[in-house]
Write a protein of this length. Structure first.
Length: 109
C-alpha cells in the first residue's frame, strides 16, 4: 500500500508542476488552485509512504520518476524539445530507480 501512496504522490506532484507553468506566476486562478491542491496532496501522500519506506528511498523514487514524467509532459503539452543527452540522462535516472527498487535492501520491501 505504501507504494500506492508513493505513486499517488508522484501523480499529484506531476499534475501540480504541470499546472505551475499554466498558473503564470499565480496570476491565473484555476491553474493556481491546481498547483496548491496538487502539491498539498503530493506531500500528504509522500508523508504516508514514510511510515515504512526510508525517506531517502521514497524521495529518490518520487523525484526520479517525477523528473521524467514532467519532461514528458513538457514535451507533449508545451512542445518543449528533448534532445538526446536529456533523454539518455532521464534513462539513467529511471535505471537508478529500477536498481534501487530491485536490489536495495533498504527499499522497504
Amino acid at each position: 500500500m505504501n507504494y500506492a501512496y508513493l505513486l499517488a504522490a508522484i501523480v499529484c506532484e506531476v499534475v501540480a508542476t504541470s499546472a505551475l507553468k499554466a498558473a503564470e506566476g499565480f496570476t491565473r486562478f484555476w491553474p493556481s488552485v491546481v498547483v496548491i491542491v496538487g502539491y498539498a496532496l503530493a506531500f500528504y501522500c509522500l508523508s504516508l509512504t514514510l511510515r515504512t519506506i526510508p525517506v531517502g528511498i521514497a524521495y529518490t523514487v518520487w523525484s526520479g520518476i517525477g523528473i521524467v514524467l514532467i519532461a514528458v509532459v513538457g514535451w507533449l503539452a508545451y512542445r518543449q524539445p528533448l534532445d538526446w543527452p536529456a533523454i539518455i540522462g532521464m534513462g539513467f535516472i529511471l535505471a537508478g530507480v529500477v536498481i534501487i527498487n530491485l536490489f536495495s535492501k533498504t527499499a522497504g520491501h
